[in-house]
Ligand binder design. Structure first.
Ligand code: NAD
Length: 411
């Protein structure tokens, strides 16, 4: 299913509950601006390579546009459009003063050298520097990008507009980033998992967790849940997946991946399983933290976990979501589950603008508070309206954006 179609289905369910007019729906679903640019670079070999970059600025009714930048070979306009809308609802669910945007470059970062990635990033900024900035649109890392790309973005943007650290978030800590940003999405996933388990009356120590994706989000979620005494029984990435019923040695998996450029392949502390087996692993909580669209009608029936935490963006397709609802599998939706990253990005932006630095404890404290409040609001709405956590989260997000749109005035 196309990404925009998937987010549209959830939007419609919330809009029905909110009784939004057809004209308001059309306004909220239409992106403010979409750009597609050519990114030519010189390869290390001297050859010319041309990539395509996208930025979709969906909605800024509640504040400057905010959203990650993804480097992946399958990036296309439809995917970026769907993810940009998700950002609009996400920033509204956690009630931070931003709108939603997303960007991407159709490139396989694993097939590029660091210098080539730097050239791609700088050329992309050359192409769109007039369209983003601290009060306009603030990119951040996403799949395939890291703090390095954000540093290059800040530096290249500064060549046009002067010193502007707040033009991008997720920067290296020693280059205007903040401690706690890198871990924030995974930490938030972990903290919200504990909140949900608590609400359901589950005992946390010993809870069996399976995690697909062992990059930024997956590793930090694994570490947080391990520290909370959960049992991480399965982890997997693009290179391999592993299972151990007694629980994997999480610190060992992290060390293994760190020493091998982030890849799990070759790990010997668990049984090797397939990617499909990981999603169907015998566990209490399944955390897809890699790609979108991994849980579909083809594999939803095989999922054994009674709880799914959407750490990735859009990992559960709408048809699979309906199957999970029928089976009583509880899904904590992406627009809440992975909102820790954008929330900490907001902290970074605030500090950059004030030229001031908080300590890590303050970052964690504020993050836990904001996510905790959003969770309670979504939980209560789901209970009172007898809707899924996803529909409740969309109702909260879409409702806030609709109100800001009316307050700001359309004409
Ligand atoms: P990342 O690039 O750091 O890691 C991605 C991981 O997914 C890697 O371990 C990779 O090997 C794995 N992977 C890729 N293809 C796979 C496949 N076919 N099967 C199994 N594993 C596969 O990315 P990330 O920043 O951790 O982002 C992961 C997801 O979380 C994405 O959907 C992203 O949009 C979402 N997200 C990230 C952030 C953030 O702050 N980084 C914030 C919100 C949402």
């Amino acid at each position: 299913m196309r990404a925009t179609e998937a987010t549209r289905i959830y939007f419609d369910a919330a809009a029905d509950q909110l009784d939004l007019s057809a004209s308001m729906r059309r306004l909220l679903l239409t992106a403010k601006r979409e750009v597609k640019v050519q990114i030519p670079i010189e390869r290390d070999s001297g050859e010319i390579a041309t990539f395509i970059g996208y930025r979709v600025q969906h909605n800024d009714a509640r504040g400057p546009l905010k959203g990650g930048l993804r480097y992946h070979p399958q990036v296309d306009l439809d995917e970026v459009r769907g993810l940009a809308a998700l950002m609009t609802w996400k920033t509204a669910v956690v009630d931070i003063p931003y709108g939603g945007a997303k960007g991407g470059v159709a490139v396989d970062p694993a097939a590029c050298s660091t210098r080539e990635l730097e050239r791609i990033t700088r050329r992309f900024v050359d192409a769109i520097h007039d369209l983003f900035g601290p009060d306009v649109d603030i990119p951040a890392p996403d799949m395939g990008t890291s703090a390095d790309e954000m540093a290059w973005i800040m530096n290249q943007y500064g060549k046009y507009h002067g010193f502007s650290p707040a033009c991008v978030t997720g920067k290296p800590v020693d280059y205007h980033g903040i401690p706690g940003r890198e871990e924030a999405t995974g930490r938030g996933v972990g903290a919200l998992t504990l909140k949900l388990l608590g609400r359901l009356g589950h005992r946390i120590p010993g809870t069996r967790v399976a995690i697909q994706g062992f990059g930024n989000v997956g590793t930090h979620a694994a570490k947080f849940l391990h520290d909370a005494e959960c049992r991480v029984v399965a982890v997997g990435d693009a290179s391999a997946s592993f299972y151990r019923a007694e629980g994997l040695d999480v610190l060992e998996t992290l060390r293994h991946a760190r020493e091998r450029g982030g890849r799990l392949a070759g790990f010997t502390g668990g049984d090797s399983i397939t990617a499909a087996e990981l999603l169907a692993a015998d566990c209490d909580v399944l955390i897809p933290a890699a790609l979108g669209g991994v849980l579909t009608t083809a594999n939803a029936a095989a999922v054994k976990a009674p709880i799914i935490i959407e750490a990735a963006n859009a990992p559960v397709e709408p048809d699979a979501d309906a199957i999970f609802a029928d089976r009583g599998v509880l899904v904590l939706p992406d627009i809440l589950a992975n909102a820790g990253g954008v929330t900490a990005s907001w902290f970074e932006w605030v500090q950059n603008r004030q030229h001031y630095q908080w300590g890590i404890n303050r970052v964690r404290q504020e993050l836990d508070r904001i996510l905790g409040e959003a969770f309670e609001q979504v939980w209560r709405l789901a209970q009172s309206r007898q809707v899924s956590l996803r529909v409740a989260a969309y109702m909260l997000g879409v409702g806030r954006v609709a109100r800001a749109t009316v307050l700001g005035g359309v004409a």
